[in-house]
Design a protein around this ligand. Sequence first.
Ligand SMILES: [Zn+2]
Length: 139
Amino acid sequence: MPNRFRAASVEATQVAAWIVQGAERLGAEELRRQAVFSYGQRLMEMSARVPVHAQAAHEQRFPRAGRLDQAERAAAGSTVWARLSASALARNADAEVEGGCPCGGGGWIAMPPLPEAPDAMTCPVHGRETVRRHRGGAA
Ligand SMILES: [Zn+2]
C-alpha cells in the first residue's frame, strides 16, 4: 500500500492485492505473531496501560501511526463480509504483550497505592477470561 493511499481513489481489488502482497512478504507465522502483539497493544491502549517496552516495540514495528491506521481500516473493510473458519475466529482473539505483560500472565495488574482505590485491575489482555466467567456468573 503506498504511503499516500486514499481509500476513495483505489479499487477494492487493488487494496486486496496489497494485503495479499504484504501477507506473502511477512509469511503466515510472522503475520500471526504480529497480529497477536497488535491486538494486545490495542487492548492495553484501550485501558491506558501500555508498558513502555511494549510501546517502544510497537512504534519500532509501525513507525508511522497514520499508515498503520490506514492499513488497519483497509484490512478491516476487506474482511467485514468474509466468512472465517472457527479456528480463524479463535486466532483473532489471541492477544499478547510484546516483551511481557505487567500482570505476568496472572490476569491482575497492581495499581499504585491510593486511599479508597482498588489495589489491582483486571489485565485487559490476560484477565479477559476472568471477566467472561464473572459476567457468566461462574466467578
Ligand atoms: Zn496481562
